[in-house]
Design a protein around this ligand. Structure first.
Ligand code: PHE
Length: 377
């Protein structure tokens, strides 16, 4: 207790107290100080010090209040000081007595023991976490594409049908909406447009081209959502990286060369790629990229004889969809389809990670089991 904060050492006049309400708040302060001292764990010697400090006849706080506040108080303040002092005295006496009883009964000792700091105890070790495997794969893919001139952009997971479908050349009654249809948000009546959880990262093709003139080279990592039932290869939430390159002179060769470069960087220099015709409303021509089976080296045969179970003997594994940007899409973003060309791709990251690390159940990415996660520090 420093003397500077012990207001009972000074008189009321000295403290500038002239009104009864000031008296009340002054007693409030004193009581708060007592409260904080009396609530600490105490042993017998410290209890005695506390008792002297507050109830000591010569210079305890209550005596000081009587001498310095009550006796010289003006007539106006005397009543207030007297009443507050009586109240405080009763409180202090009963609390200090209660603590004496607690010390005698031994309850105090265990409280003290609980508070004692044992400096010989080892510290708390907080295990350091690591990035989720999906995040690590995102990072790796981003690094590969950034090294060849792409930038990384991200977009909203809640989309309008315009960006998710229409501007990608998928009008309202187009049959592909059936496989892609998704979770619509429940909106208030009169909302200007329906909203849905994006089914792919392709809406960012449109958002990017709306914002910037060619040349465009971006990749878009992110989460996507579809109405799929969970099983070993399906999840209603998964991850994609979209890619888009548009410029005045991008050819099909640039397209396949870029993909081949990426696949070799990601899976290793010995893998081969091939593409097969496919269909997406927003690319023309559309293709599906395959990679030579990374488990059997493309032979289709298992190491111990029989067929490779991963590619089922085919020697190839389907990787992702892609294609040259359909000229109709340029119409939605005011690009001149006669002057520009480009390619786009959309790869499933969960699938890439499963292939690369030999994981056979997509659900492990979402279960957050530390025994799984800690295998990828
Ligand atoms: N958005 C498509 C899908 O999710 C993939 C894709 C992206 C295909 C870009 C072509 C071009 O299935």
């Amino acid at each position: 207790m420093s003397s500077s904060e012990n207001k009972p050492e000074r008189t009321l006049a000295d403290l500038g107290v002239t009104r009864p309400d000031q008296v009340v708040s002054l007693f409030g302060e004193v009581r708060a100080r007592f409260e904080s001292q009396v609530s600490r764990p105490l042993d017998q010697p410290n209890w005695e010090i506390l008792r002297q400090a507050w109830l000591g006849r010569k210079s305890g706080v209550l005596t000081q209040i009587g001498d310095n506040w009550l006796k010289p108080a003006t007539l106006e303040l005397k009543r207030a000081v007297g009443a507050s002092l009586n109240e405080l005295r009763a409180h202090v006496e009963s609390q200090i007595e209660a603590r004496r009883l607690a010390i005698e009964s031994g309850a105090e000792e265990s409280a003290l023991a609980r508070e004692r700091v044992d400096l010989s105890l080892p510290g708390v070790i907080r295990p350091i976490g690591s990035h989720h495997l999906i995040r690590q794969v995102f990072q790796e893919i981003e690094d590969i594409f950034v090294s060849i001139g792409f930038s990384v952009v991200e977009g909203p997971e809640i989309e309008t049908p315009y960006y998710n479908f229409e501007a990608l050349n998928i009008p309202e009654f187009h049959p592909v909406r059936d496989d892609m249809d998704t979770f619509y948000l429940e909106l208030l009546k009169g909302a200007p447009t329906p909203l849905l959880l994006r089914t792919h990262t392709s809406p960012m093709q449109i958002r990017t081209m709306e914002k910037q003139k060619p040349p465009v080279r971006v990749i878009v990592p992110g989460k996507v959502y579809r109405r799929d039932n969970p099983d070993a290869t399906h999840s209603f939430i998964f991850h994609q990286v979209e890619g888009l390159a548009v410029d005045t002179d991008i050819t099909f060769c640039d397209f396949t060369g870029t993909i081949d470069y990426f696949v070799k960087q990601f899976f290793g220099p010995s893998v081969k790629t091939r593409f097969r015709p496919s269909y997406f409303p927003f690319t023309e021509p559309s293709v599906e990229f395959d990679v030579s089976c990374i488990f059997c080296g493309g032979s289709g045969a298992a190491a111990g004889g029989g067929t490779c179970s991963k590619c089922k003997g085919a020697g190839w594994i389907e990787l992702f969809g892609a294609g040259m940007v359909d000229p109709a899409v340029y119409g939605f973003v005011n690009y001149d389809a006669k002057k520009v060309s480009g390619f786009a791709f959309g790869m499933g990251i969960d699938r890439l990670a499963m292939l690369r690390y030999g994981i056979d159940d997509i659900q492990v990415f979402f279960q957050n089991d530390v025994r799984f996660l800690s295998q990828f520090p």
